[in-house]
Design a protein around this ligand. Sequence first.
Ligand SMILES: [Zn+2]
Length: 163
Amino acid sequence: MRRLRQSELDFVEREFGSSLPLQRLRLSGGGQPTGRCAWQPFGALIQMDDKFFQACDPSHPLRVFAYPTLAHEALHVWQRIHGQCVVNVSVDGLFLGLTRGQRAYRYDVSDRDPRVMLRRFLAGNIEQQGQMFEDYIRSNIEDEASRDPSFQLIARYVRARTC
Ligand SMILES: [Zn+2]
């Protein structure tokens, strides 16, 4: 388990602004017990598969392709801090995984108006929220200006919270 490296901190700060306590975030390798590539087990810890790190070594910086997954897991930390979950991020996540599996992550994309997408985000479960934020980053990892505009208000909402 380690603190975030500067490149990772720069990414998280750019996407989350002051809505996350950057210095409390911790990253580790080892994947997730049931074989998913990442999870956010407790506190501000994010655990990811070793293949996401340069040289497959968790002491090295994350590869850029892993940033959308990092954003998804960091959003779970954000949910814990800002109370965006029914019971608790770990309990909710476990419950969703057991009862709905992959379906827990899906969300309606029939209307991509940014205001509709924000309403969907606010009404979504913790995995739908994580997936929406991940998809927003994935639409263009490095160039924010070129990202899918339907997620624009969600990104603004996430960043606007302060801790
Ligand atoms: Zn998740």
